[in-house]
Write a protein that binds this ligand. Structure first.
Ligand code: FE2
Ligand code: FE2
Length: 468
């Protein structure tokens, strides 16, 4: 008889359907964190951008494209995180957050930006060496970094099944009205209208947080005709005279507050997890793209978890829910700097704390998807251990569900068999031997036996045991 309690049942109130707008509004908060912004940045930018769309009289189709462009504007965020850390020698999240505030639209301002952001805590000689190496790449580097992010972002919008107009809006979001933006240097009305609204909305949200209404009005006036379309600036400034607008804007913190703004949200039926798995797969790709050392970690962990669930005799729906949790288990790592994720040496206590926070953040990101309560729980428990030595809630065996224990074992096996900056990956047999030492002590024995069974039955097959 199993010693592992069954996973929490799906809540009874999960009857209708989950709107795609709510799912993506919830997950947009993961993209906020990867960009060094607080959770809720994209949701507020979305609310404001949709107001601008109303003021301009956009039709339902354009409004839907705008809605998803606003929520997914930073979908390509992780594609350049490693390069940003590598070139600037600094926390990618804080460098990115500064980039959204600094006016880098001229050569000398770009130089000033680089001087402030490059290896800020390193000794002066190291900073100078980094600045020289940055200088040798010139403006080409900035173009390359923006191109990587915007192209990947647009690809992900397409992968999620949204329109070409929404993808194009994300692709061109860093283009400026005066032609000094990136990556293509588009000018004026060459820039898609939706991109112009997205840029204005995200900047407004950031400056509102920094200094309220005055700060917004000041940046919009300063950048009118340089960064921003003058017509859009005038529309916002006209409506910005109302305190009500800013009171309402400031109250937008939850995904449900914007989910209804999509004119035609897709309904994801409760009976099927397929659509959620597709979305999960895309976001797993966002997480995996953050570091070259874990470039397939979430997808391989999910594949392994689903196979283990099948070997353990769980039904397809349960295996899919576990697979979804595994796809999204490390979502919180988007809030961790690459300076920590890619560090070759041991982490100091502060870095360790930041790293270990990722499970709690995964929970916060997934919890608003109320019908998926047990998925959030499984995802957030993947570093918990039977003896209570794990994190972040220090749960013990009886508190850990089947799903949580499967994902935990799959996570360890995938990590052990992959290379890391500080060690080579083990082969399957070495990894199983390692897991067996933990069986019943920190990790559940049944999921470990399931992996052993899979590896054994693949022996002798030409392709062997592969997680592809
Ligand atoms: Fe993790
Ligand atoms: Fe993981």
């Amino acid at each position: 008889m199993s010693t592992i309690p069954a996973s929490t049942p799906v809540r009874a109130d999960f009857q209708g359907a989950l709107p795609s707008s709510l799912v993506l509004a919830s997950l947009s908060r993961a993209l906020d964190l990867a960009e060094g912004e607080p959770m809720g940045h994209a949701i507020r930018a979305c609310w404001l951008g949709m107001k601008v769309g109303d003021w301009l009289g956009l039709g339902p189709e354009d409004r839907q494209d705008l809605f998803y462009a606003l929520l997914l504007k930073d979908a390509g965020c992780s594609a350049n995180a490693y390069s940003v850390t590598h070139w600037f020698g600094a926390d990618d999240r804080s460098t990115k957050a500064h980039l959204k505030v600094a006016d880098w639209g001229s050569q000398w301002r770009s130089v000033l930006f680089a001087m402030r952001q490059t290896a800020p805590s390193a000794p002066i000689t190291r900073r100078m060496a980094r600045l020289v190496s940055l200088g040798s790449k010139g403006p080409g580097l900035a173009n390359e970094l923006v191109q990587l992010r915007c192209t990947r972002g647009a690809e992900l919008v397409r992968e999620l099944g949204w329109s070409e107009a929404a993808a194009e809006a994300v692709l061109c979001l860093d283009e400026h009205w005066n032609g000094a933006g990136r990556p293509r240097g588009l000018k004026g009305e060459e820039i898609p209208l939706l991109s112009r609204i997205v840029l204005l909305s995200q900047t407004t949200e950031i400056f509102w947080r920094l200094g309220g209404r005055r700060s917004v009005e000041s940046v919009l006036r300063r950048r009118r005709g340089t960064w921003f379309d003058p017509q859009l600036v005038d529309a916002v400034l006209t409506h910005a005279r109302s305190d009500k607008l800013w009171d309402r804007f400031g109250s937008i913190t939850h995904p449900e507050q914007v989910a209804h703004l999509d004119p035609h949200p897709r309904k994801i039926p409760s009976a099927s997890l397929e659509a959620l798995l597709e979305i999960g797969q895309v976001f797993a790709g966002v997480v995996d793209a953050k570091s070259p050392w874990t470039s397939t970690h979430s997808t391989r962990t999910a594949l392994l978890s689903r196979r283990m669930a099948a070997v353990m005799g769980l039904d397809e729906e349960e295996a899919n829910r576990i697979g979804l949790a595994a796809l999204l288990h490390d979502l919180g790592k988007l809030a961790v700097s690459n300076a920590i994720l890619d560090k070759a040496g041991p982490l100091d206590p502060g870095e360790m704390m930041e790293m270990q926070n990722h499970t709690e953040i995964s929970y916060q990101l997934l919890a608003p998807l109320w019908p998926l309560g047990d998925v959030a729980e499984m995802a957030a428990s993947h570093h918990e251990r039977l003896d209570g030595s794990g994190y972040h809630r220090h749960l013990r065996g009886p508190d850990l569900t089947y799903g949580a224990q499967i994902v935990a074992v799959a996570d360890v096996f995938e990590a052990l068999t992959s290379d890391r900056p500080y060690r080579r990956g083990m082969d399957n047999d070495q990894a199983i031997a390692h897991l067996r030492k933990e069986a019943g002590r920190t990790l559940a024995a049944e999921p470990i036996s399931a992996i052993y069974e899979m590896v054994e039955s693949a022996r002798g097959r030409p392709e062997g045991f592969a997680l592809t």
